[in-house]
Design a protein around this ligand. Structure first.
Ligand code: ZN
Length: 79
C-alpha cells in the first residue's frame, strides 16, 4: 500500500514538531517539506499554533483565540 506523500507527511508532522522523529523519518519529512508548498504551509501553521498555545499557557489566553485558530485551520485545510 502506497501512502500519499502528503498524508505521510501529515502523520509525521506532530512528531516533527515534538522533535521525536527518528533520523530516517526526519529526513523523509524534511525532504518532503522542501518540495511541497502545501505541507510547508501546514507545518508553519502548526508551529505558529504551538507557539500561541505555549504563550497562552503562561499568559492568559484571549477569549475566542482558540476558536479563531480553529477557524484558520479549517480555512488552511481547504486551501
Ligand atoms: Zn506534501
Amino acid at each position: 500500500m502506497t501512502l500519499d506523500p502528503c498524508e505521510r507527511c501529515e502523520e509525521l508532522l506532530q512528531e516533527f514538531l515534538d522533535r521525536t522523529l527518528t533520523d530516517a523519518e526526519w529526513r523523509e519529512a524534511e525532504s518532503h517539506l522542501a518540495g511541497c508548498d502545501y505541507c510547508r504551509r501546514r507545518y508553519r501553521f502548526e508551529e505558529t499554533l504551538r507557539r500561541y498555545v505555549k504563550l497562552s499557557a503562561v499568559e492568559r489566553m484571549p477569549p475566542g483565540l482558540m476558536s479563531k485558530l480553529e477557524e484558520l485551520r479549517g480555512l488552511d485545510a481547504m486551501a
